[in-house]
Design a binder for this molecule. Structure first.
Ligand code: CA2
Length: 145
């Protein structure tokens, strides 16, 4: 049976490829989505890929994943550094959530070193560019077996 995985993206990730190529490369969110579908096919996952700039929408999608998905790969963007609401939402659901970041948040500004959601997530992957998404999907494969 194909299992559904939500790949959720937070604020400003819709701008990927348009600005700051020094940090995020030339990659667009459409490139990330295409790569996730390809990896999902190989892993037997149906990928539901979404992006929102709104914290409450991301909270709602985590709640929805509880009944609709087998797992969540989550790039929370800057909300990862600030959001107790996202921490609580992840804690509230049984579905495994793997946090990911494109950049190495520990090699950047001090305010990015802290993740509010890491303690609630199953684990966190950062610093591998587009591969951070694919590694999160592989982690979810093991977590959902
Ligand atoms: O490295 C990551 O994946 C981040 O989650 C990306 C966030 C950043 O706030 C986190 O600290 C780390 C930013 C998303 C993209 O922001 C852009 C801003 C300007 C131009 C293009 C993208």
């Amino acid at each position: 049976m194909t299992r559904k995985i939500y790949v959720l993206n937070g604020p400003n990730l819709n701008l990927l490829g348009q600005r700051e190529p020094g940090i995020y490369g030339a990659l667009t969110l459409a490139d990330v989505e295409a790569a996730c579908h390809k990896e999902g096919d190989a892993l037997g996952f149906e990928i539901d890929f979404r992006q929102s700039n709104h914290e409450g929408v991301l909270v709602d999608w985590i709640h929805e994943a509880h009944s609709e998905a087998a797992g969540v790969a989550f790039n929370p963007g800057a909300y990862g550094h600030t959001s107790i609401a996202l921490h609580d939402a992840i804690k509230a659901v049984i579905v495994p959530v793997v946090e990911l970041h494109i950049s190495n948040i520990h090699a950047r500004e001090a305010f990015r070193h802290k993740s509010m959601i890491s303690p609630a997530a199953k684990g966190m992957i950062c610093g591998f560019g587009l591969d951070s998404y694919l590694l999160a999907l592989r982690a979810l494969k093991t977590l959902t077996e």
